[in-house]
Write a protein that binds this ligand. Structure first.
Ligand code: 0WD
Ligand code: CA
Length: 403
């Protein structure tokens, strides 16, 4: 890319290379500079779904698709109502307690179930939530917030989780406006989906879908195997809904690419955004769109449906974005700036370097030793250090893999 000529290593995105204490940053011993590469990184392997699981409304786990939703929303319904009030039912929102640390539990238990059923171990160098990989993929362009990850080798695989106590300690106290805005996102999910195929829902069920209390406790997650460069990884992520249907693995041919109906091809990510009225709105939206790309691309989700709402939270319209077209949209945008604009190829090259660094830096021989991966707000490095924390892997998974 043309901009490569005026960037030096490490790339700083205009953020001065000094820490908050005003000292020049020294690269710590086990560290990775955050940079955008100037060469094309390795290609991403096509993601493959290996399993899926559901949390029900009581947060119990089921190794099935019971919490999968189906997209259903008509522009005419929105227009007829003059805009759907996304704040409706806010007072009865059933919100998941996100101070409960679930570690990698749902995903690991679904792997136990899968491996018991197939008799085959799920292989991969790194096993983690998709959200963590999204964070790393976006990191070169998203340097405001610090985070901590815990990583541990076990059974020759590297497991990575986000450190929840660190995350909670850094969270600003929730203000009413941002709580309400995050509710709008869940309300949009509710009104844009139905619980089963359209043909299997009663008319009453479809028409009354917005009347029940909104809950973010139930979730549907897909477990996907993919890879980048030399690193194979298994990631699980929440999928909001399917566009039409999800192919049944039982009547799907997956050894012939021509006949294979890939379940990932049917998935849709849902998001809400302010109606775009100014240049500033447009540029903020493009930043968000890039994160939507990162998140969806990693799991092989081909489209995102964005619900546009007013300042007061009234849904006005919705628009479909094809995941693979997003980097091009952002790059071609008139708000684009060579120093700050997101670049998908560069972000992937950084992710490849990052995963490779994690895989090789944390000693493979030291199984069950928890390492801390740190990113300090606005810093130029990711660092790794050993801890004496106990392993965070679910005991049932450890028992299964130790047999
Ligand atoms: O730190 C934790 N406790 C984490 C928990 C970090 C990452 C994931 N998780 C759990 C979630 O509880 C959920 O079971 O992993 C699962 C989803 O993982 P993901 O897909 O990797 O998460 P991410 O890509 O960051 O977010 C996808 C969606 C979000 O929707 P939007 O449209 O905002 O991207 O997952 C939901 C959220 O709706 N989500 C959560 N919901 C409740 N509590 C959480 C959470 N902690 N994290 C993500
Ligand atoms: Ca979503």
């Amino acid at each position: 890319a043309g901009r490569a000529h005026f960037q030096s290593t490490p790339w700083t995105n205009g953020i001065p290379e000094v820490s908050s204490q005003g000292q020049r940053q020294q690269a710590p011993a086990l560290s990775l500079p955050i940079s955008t590469a100037r060469i094309r990184g390795p290609a991403m392997r096509q993601p493959r779904e290996v399993a899926s699981f559901s949390y029900d409304n009581n947060r119990s786990l089921h190794f099935d698709d019971s919490s999968l939703s189906y997209f259903y929303l008509l522009q005419d319904d929105i227009t007829a109502s003059g805009g759907i009030d996304l704040s409706a039912g806010y007072n009865v929102f059933k919100k998941r307690d996100d101070t409960i640390d679930e570690h990698l539990d749902g995903m690991l238990l679904s792997l136990v179930d899968l491996e018991k059923n197939t008799g085959k171990k799920t292989t991969g160098d790194i096993i983690t939530w998709r959200g963590i990989v999204t964070k790393l993929l976006c990191l070169p362009y998203s340097r405001q917030d610090g985070f901590e990850l815990n990583a541990v080798w076990f059974d020759r695989q590297l497991f990575i989780e986000e450190d929840l106590p660190y995350k909670l300690a850094r969270q600003r106290p929730p203000d009413q406006r941002s709580e309400l805005m995050s509710y709008w996102g869940y309300k949009f999910e509710q009104i844009a989906t139905i619980p089963r195929l359209w043909s299997e829902c009663s008319r009453q069920e479809i028409e009354s879908r917005g009347q029940k209390p909104v809950s973010n406790v139930a979730q549907y997650c897909s477990v996907v195997k993919t890879g980048l460069g030399d690193v194979r990884f298994v990631i699980a992520g929440e999928v909001d809904c399917v566009w039409d249907y999800k192919p049944d693995p039982k009547d799907n041919v997956d050894n012939d690419p021509k006949l294979f109906d890939n379940p990932l091809d049917h998935y849709v990510e849902l998001k809400t955004n302010r109606v775009i009225q100014s240049d500033r709105d447009a540029s903020t939206f493009e930043n968000k769109l890039f994160k939507v790309w990162a998140q969806s691309f990693l799991l092989g989700v081909p489209k995102a449906m964005i619900g546009f709402r007013t300042e007061q939270g009234y849904l006005q319209t919705f628009e479909e974005f094809e995941t693979q077209k997003i980097p091009g949209i952002v790059k071609k945008s008139k708000y684009s700036n060579p120093y700050t604009t997101w670049d998908g190829v560069d972000a992937l090259a950084f992710l490849a370097a990052c995963l490779q660094w994690l895989k090789t830096t944390i000693p493979r021989a030291e199984e069950n030793i928890v390492w801390k991966i740190r990113y300090l707000p606005r810093s130029d490095y990711l660092t790794a250090s050993k801890t004496d924390q106990p392993s965070f892997l679910h005991p049932e998974f450890v028992k299964w893999r130790s047999e």
